[in-house]
Every structure is written in structure tokens, then in C-alpha cells.
Design a protein around this ligand. Structure first.
Ligand SMILES: C[S@@+](CC[C@H](N)C(=O)[O-])C[C@H]1O[C@@H](n2cnc3c(N)ncnc32)[C@H](O)[C@@H]1O
Length: 297
């Protein structure tokens, strides 16, 4: 692993908007479900809140311990899947909560850690966020039928060349190709069809593989349920998502909870970053923030 990766900080997205909705108060309990580079957690901590930060990737927890001098009784860091949020809160005796925040996806570091998340990496197609996960992206491709792979690319990624890409992925994994070679093979399929998309042609395929490897949608659903169960009345839930599958799940979850009178939605439309933030931090491009408040029982 390239240790220099951590020399530059991960720049948080929509931090001010998230804090506006969380409105942290000294002494109250806040759970950051996705520690990453730690800016959300640190901001909550600096405002005097008590913070429990989770990350499924132990490397993120190690980095935060090195970078921030302060993790102590008021700021706890734990390696955990946010799908287990409610159980972790109970074990830590850290509920009811005044706020929960999810800032989904990856840090910029993840694209340089040699796990095959990036189109440019000369690294195996692994894509696991946690060493607990049993299967890499290459394992999933090898173990799945062509028809199943094609279905995932179509249904999760709306990939127009799903059938050809599924065939290519099977061959590529059989030959042990690296992430950058696989991204180039997908670009070649697009060139054959004379199609040049705005983003890298491998964007949808890589996203689908990452979602499958890390069971992202299942974990998010469980995490949101755990968050609502762990919030105090009047507590706030804030979610920043980065792709349409996640945002749809959050939107539908919030609407259902509102119908069932558990949550009041605070953002009728998802909040997007201002042009200036996107210019400064291209990772913010697709970010959408949604917030809700827990009702009295
Ligand atoms: C976009 S980053 C968070 C950035 C953070 N808000 C900051 O201020 O730097 C997302 C983080 O969520 C973590 N993550 C993704 N899925 C997770 C899960 N199921 N459980 C816990 N952490 C997860 C990733 O490892 C990553 O570090």
C-alpha cells in the first residue's frame, strides 16, 4: 500500500449543509455512520457533541486515530458496518441519539489504495471496503453466470452494452486482468459502437461491481432502519448519497417513514452542492443531501 496516499486530506462534501440540519448541541449524542476522513465527526466533536463514529474499513479508523489527537470518551471510533448501527449503539450505551449522519460511498483515498476502485489502477479487481467481506469483485464475476452478470449491469447500472460487457468481464477475470486493463476493455466496447459518454465508459460497470461486493443497498436499508430506531424524538437523520440507486432508496425510505408518521421530511427536494463546491471538489458533483426529523411517539 502506498502510504503517501494519506498525505493529502479527504475533502468533505456538503459539510455545512449537513451541520445545518444536524444542528449539534454540546453534550448531545451524534452518530457518524461513515467516518472516512473524519471531517464530519470532528466538526460535531468541536461543537461539544458526544460522537460515535463508525467505518467498515479499519484503515479509516487507524488514520483518524493518527490524524486527530482527540479521540477519547467524548469521541469514540469503532470499526463496524453501519447495517449494525442499532446494535453498536446499544452495546456502546450510546442511545437515544440527537442525530445520525451517513455520507455514503468512498473517500478519495480508496481510489489509490490498490483495491481496484479506480480506472487507472494497475491493481487486482478487489473492491472490498472491509476485510470481513468474503468475495472480491473478481470472485463475484467468476462465480456468476453470464445471464446474472448481464442482469446486474442492466438493472443496477442501466448499462446499455450489458451483454457485451458481461462477456468481456468473464474473459478478463479468467485472464487475471488488472482494474485499468478492464476499464480499457470496456472503453474499447464503447469505441466499437462509436459511443463516447461524458464520464469514463467503465463508470457504470465499476459502480455495479462495487455495489455488489459491498452489499451497499442492503446495508443502507438496514442502516437507515437502525438509525430511526436509535434516534430520540426530535432527532435528525441526514444522508448524503452519490448515485441514483442510493438516493432513490433514501427518498423512498423517508417517504414511507413519513406516511407511517415516524419521520418528518425536512428536504422536499434533495439539496445539491453549489457550483463553487463542485469546482473546488469534483467528487461533490453527484452528491445529494436529504434530511428528516423523528416524530414524537
Ligand atoms: C464519503 S466517505 C465519508 C467522508 C466523511 N464524511 C468525511 O468527513 O471525511 C464514506 C466512508 O464510508 C465508509 N463506509 C462505506 N460503507 C460503509 C458501511 N456499510 N458501514 C460503515 N462504513 C461504511 C467508507 O469506508 C468511507 O470511509
Amino acid at each position: 500500500m502506498n502510504k503517501n496516499v494519506f498525505r493529502s486530506r479527504h475533502q468533505p462534501v456538503l459539510l455545512a449543509a449537513a451541520m445545518k440540519y444536524l444542528d449539534p448541541k454540546p453534550g448531545e449524542r451524534y452518530l457518524d455512520a461513515t467516518l472516512g476522513g473524519g471531517s464530519y465527526s470532528y466538526t460535531l466533536y468541536q461543537k461539544g457533541a458526544r460522537v460515535l463514529s463508525l467505518d467498515w474499513d479499519p484503515l479509516m479508523i487507524d488514520q483518524a486515530k493518527k490524524h486527530y489527537p482527540c479521540p477519547n470518551a467524548s469521541w469514540r471510533l469503532r470499526v463496524a458496518n453501519f447495517a449494525d448501527l442499532a446494535q453498536v449503539c446499544q452495546k456502546e450505551k450510546f442511545c437515544p441519539l440527537a442525530g445520525v449522519v451517513f455520507d455514503l460511498g468512498l473517500t478519495k483515498w480508496h481510489y489509490q489504495l490498490g483495491r481496484g476502485f479506480s480506472f487507472q489502477e494497475n491493481a487486482p479487481l478487489d473492491m472490498r471496503l472491509s476485510p470481513e467481506l468474503p468475495q472480491t469483485a473478481a470472485d463475484i464475476i467468476a462465480a456468476s453466470s453470464l445471464a446474472q452478470l448481464e442482469k446486474w449491469l442492466l438493472q443496477i447500472g442501466q448499462e446499455r452494452f450489458a451483454a457485451e460487457i458481461a462477456q468481456f468481464l468473464k474473459k478478463a477475470v479468467g485472464r487475471g486482468l488488472m482494474a485499468a486493463e478492464i476499464a480499457e476493455g470496456i472503453a474499447e466496447i464503447y469505441r466499437r459502437h462509436h459511443v463516447s459518454p461524458r464520464n469514463n465508459p467503465a463508470t457504470k460497470t465499476f459502480l455495479v461491481l462495487r455495489i455488489l461486493v459491498n452489499q451497499e443497498l442492503e446495508n443502507l436499508k438496514k442502516g437507515l432502519e437502525g438509525a430511526v430506531a436509535s434516534l430520540a424524538a426530535g432527532g435528525r437523520l441526514v444522508v448524503v448519497s452519490f448515485h441514483s440507486g442510493e438516493d432513490r432508496l433514501v427518498k423512498q425510505f423517508f417517504r414511507r417513514q413519513e406516511r407511517e408518521k415516524r419521520l418528518k421530511i425536512l428536504t422536499r427536494k434533495a439539496q445539491r452542492p453549489a457550483a463553487a463546491e463542485v469546482k473546488q471538489n469534483p467528487l461533490a458533483r453527484s452528491a445529494r443531501l436529504r434530511a428528516a426529523e423523528k416524530n414524537e411517539n
